[in-house]
Design a protein around this ligand. Structure first.
Ligand code: AGP
Length: 366
């Protein structure tokens, strides 16, 4: 195993650092600059099919569900189709109403997660249309779906998923462009997103290069027993995934909240002992997000802020600046420093990163 890890401290670390290359591979040959759209032939859907969907629903478990939520927001932003995400594990037990004009997207790294596979079969049994966003070629979910988008991230060994989640986000962005370009997304906006997608591999590399800087920030978190993650709208799924990554490998209690919900309850928990990691992109919601920082800071809560260089923050924070992309794609990039943060914290706490207690890489039992 040591030989396969090479110079890296863990498989998780190795896989995080594979992202620039694997993302480049994933994008290659799929961007159609002439028509400002993408080529996703594996979906098996022609423009008429693509136009017929009135809703999109992502289903997956754990981190795949959180990225499904991020993907739903990309689809709403770019294609203006109502979209949401639901844990497959809940979906399958609630006798879901399957709508013929909904495009269901089953999201899974392994393609073997029992709850997601069952949900796919249930959708099909009731006449719904489901496609896969899957990494492992020929896996049960990929085969059951028939059509889909392969993520081409290469093997992922670490229980804590990293590179495949970034690939899932890119997969959703491509699906959003495709659905958008048969509707109201203009050529110029399509071209803007394609250019943004092409910048992602290098920008991920820039974030990875700042690992040492993020290590300094990790001390704020590693000394705590409980950590809040907050984000608003596009930033909320990022917060959820950040909390998930931290709890999986560091065993710290981590909880994600929409920033707007703080004052409806969780603010009571903020104190000097409870750090908050806040997602603050440079977008139309920046002032509101800075307002949330004030609320935390006024209660002496330590703050780690994932943001962009241009954002001026007038309270004391440990900041992690990420390179700016298009506002729709920024949230995806903001998940990458949170991978590094979780890894740094778990390392400081001496955890066995590739063998987190009580967890399996893929959950093939119900
Ligand atoms: C991710 O870090 C987790 N280990 C876990 O939530 C995972 O994403 C989930 O079990 C789904 O797995 P899948 O993508 O293989 O279906």
């Amino acid at each position: 195993i040591a030989a396969e890890i090479g110079e890296h401290a863990s498989f998780m670390h190795k896989e995080m650092f594979e992202q620039p290359e694997s993302l480049r591979r994933m994008l290659s040959g799929r961007l159609d600059h002439r028509f400002a759209t993408v080529r996703l032939d594996g979906l098996g859907l022609d423009p008429r099919d693509l136009r017929s969907f009135k809703r999109v629903k992502a289903i997956g478990c754990g981190s795949a569900y959180y990225i499904g939520q991020l993907g739903a927001s990309l689809i709403e932003d770019l294609a203006r189709i109502p979209a949401d995400a639901e844990p497959a594990s809940e979906f399958r037990y609630r006798n879901p109403i399957i709508e013929p004009d909904t495009l269901y997207v089953a999201v899974s790294q392994s393609g073997e997660t029992a709850d997601t596979l069952f949900a796919v079969q249930e959708i099909q049994r009731k006449g719904g249309h489901v496609v896969g966003l899957v990494n492992v070629v020929g896996s049960s979910i990929a085969r059951a779906c028939g059509g889909g988008i392969y993520l081409h991230a290469g093997p992922e060994v670490s229980v804590a998923s990293t590179k495949v989640l970034t690939h899932m986000g890119v997969g959703f962005a491509m699906l959003a462009v495709l659905l958008g370009r048969v509707r109201d997304l203009s050529h110029s906006d399509g071209a803007r997103i394609l250019a943004g997608l092409e910048r992602i591999p290098d920008q991920v590399r820039e974030i990875l290069d700042r690992e040492a800087e993020i290590g300094a920030v990790a001390d704020v978190v590693a000394d705590a027993t409980s950590v809040f993650f907050i984000g608003r709208v596009r930033g909320y799924p990022v917060a959820r995934e950040g909390a998930q990554k931290l709890k999986e490998i560091s065993y710290l209690h981590a909880e994600a909240y929409p920033s707007s919900e703080l004052k409806h309850g969780p603010l009571a928990l903020i104190s000097a002992e409870m750090p908050t990691v806040a997602i603050v992109p440079d977008d139309e919601l920046v002032d509101r997000n800075i307002g949330a920082l004030h609320e935390v800071s006024a209660r002496q809560g330590p703050l780690v802020v994932v943001t962009h260089e241009a954002v001026e923050i007038d309270v004391e924070v440990a900041r992690i600046d990420v390179p700016k992309n298009e506002r729709e794609l920024d949230p995806l990039l903001m998940t990458v420093p949170l991978q590094l943060l979780a890894h740094q914290v778990a390392t400081r706490l001496g955890r066995d990163i590739d063998r987190p207690r009580n967890l399996a890489k893929s959950v093939t039992v119900e």
